[in-house]
Write a protein that binds this ligand. Structure first.
Ligand code: ASP
Length: 331
């Protein structure tokens, strides 16, 4: 494999250090990164690798996506997901019901139609039903993880955290999942999948499916997936500012992130910290892969679930799975 290939995934941030499910979270992060890496090595498309990475995280009940999504205030699970190619093409879905793997569905929609952002609606529902009833419907049902009721997506842990947040016994808790990939040709792909914030308002759409808000990829610059308090991310345009700063730094020196990984961490951290000081204050994290350079993450939250695998410029293979704490340490 050429040195360009790189994968980074996240399983969201937490505003307080919830220690539940640490082994399960680490195992899911490791599975996620490894499945994407193996797919790339086997010659699959980066988009398939991305979907595979997200699927492993959507399956983990300790992350707020797929199985494990937080119900909204009406007790329904409504997910947001987006897939983006570094060419600028994307598929963004909001308020998706009864689906364990909405990122896989978004990726398939992107193959079949022009880039768009869609809020779940009766014609999409009808189109999906027709697909499920046609030949190959059983495979599609499994591929998208279609279930008959929201209750099938609410894991015991998510129900418990939602109750704690509702009763004021816990801070807001996040756990969105995301992945950024640079393939062997240096092309960038990004995807994010989420159940949104616990007890969110009906119809609420967070930052995750917003292109440039929670998910972004540009072959000339790099890509990111965000996690944290979505409204604050959107209000401060955190991701947009990171991409614009990356572009201006790389224009001056195309190798800037190749040589100084911490330079990119500073760019991200500056924008995340700016978000704290605004009236609509919030915390969170970004995982980023620049066009040239190693994958990087930065967080100003109590805890971030993150894993990566890549070859550095020397050709050495690097991999890690981390539950990264605010002070820079890991558990
Ligand atoms: N950013 C997501 C949202 O606001 C939540 C998360 O990252 O966990 O919907």
């Amino acid at each position: 494999m050429a040195n360009l290939a790189a994968v980074i995934v996240h399983g969201g941030v937490e505003s307080s250090q919830l220690m539940e499910g640490l082994p399960e979270r680490k195992a899911a992060l490791a599975r996620s990164v490894e499945s994407a890496w193996q797919q790339l090595e086997a010659g699959a498309t980066a988009e398939d690798a991305l979907v595979s990475a997200l699927r492993s995280l959507e399956d983990c009940e300790y992350f707020d996506a797929g199985y494990g999504s937080y119900p909204n205030v009406a007790g329904e699970v409504r997910q947001d997901a987006a897939i983006m190619r570094g060419t600028g093409e994307f598929m963004a879905l909001a308020n998706v019901p009864r689906m364990r793997y909405p990122a896989a569905y978004a990726a398939d929609l992107l193959r079949g139609r022009k880039s768009t952002m869609l809020v779940w609606n009766p014609s999409l529902e009808q189109e999906l039903r027709q697909q499920l009833n046609a030949a190959g419907g059983t495979e599609l049902r499994a591929r998208y993880g279609v279930v008959d009721s929201d209750a099938e997506l609410v894991a015991p842990f998510a129900a418990e955290v939602s109750r704690r947040v509702r009763d004021g016994a816990a801070n807001n808790k996040n756990g969105t999942v995301g992945c950024v990939i640079r393939d062997q040709q240096g092309r960038i792909f990004a995807g994010t999948s989420t159940g949104g914030t616990p007890n969110k308002a009906e119809g609420r759409i967070g930052d995750s499916p917003i292109i440039g808000g929670g998910t972004y990829a540009d072959d000339e610059i790099g890509g990111f997936s965000a996690t944290g308090f979505g409204e604050a991310f959107l209000g401060a345009m955190v991701g947009g500012h990171v991409i614009s700063e990356m572009r201006s730094l790389q224009r001056k020196d195309p190798n800037i992130f190749l040589e100084a990984e911490s330079r990119l961490q500073t760019v991200i951290r500056t924008e995340l910290d700016r978000m704290i000081d605004r009236p609509l204050s919030g915390r969170g994290a970004l995982i980023v892969i620049p066009t040239r350079g190693n994958p990087v993450f930065a967080s100003n939250s109590a805890m971030l679930n993150v894993a990566a695998k890549f070859r550095c410029a020397s050709g050495d293979l690097t991999e890690y799975v981390k539950i990264a704490l605010f002070d820079g340490s890991c558990v």
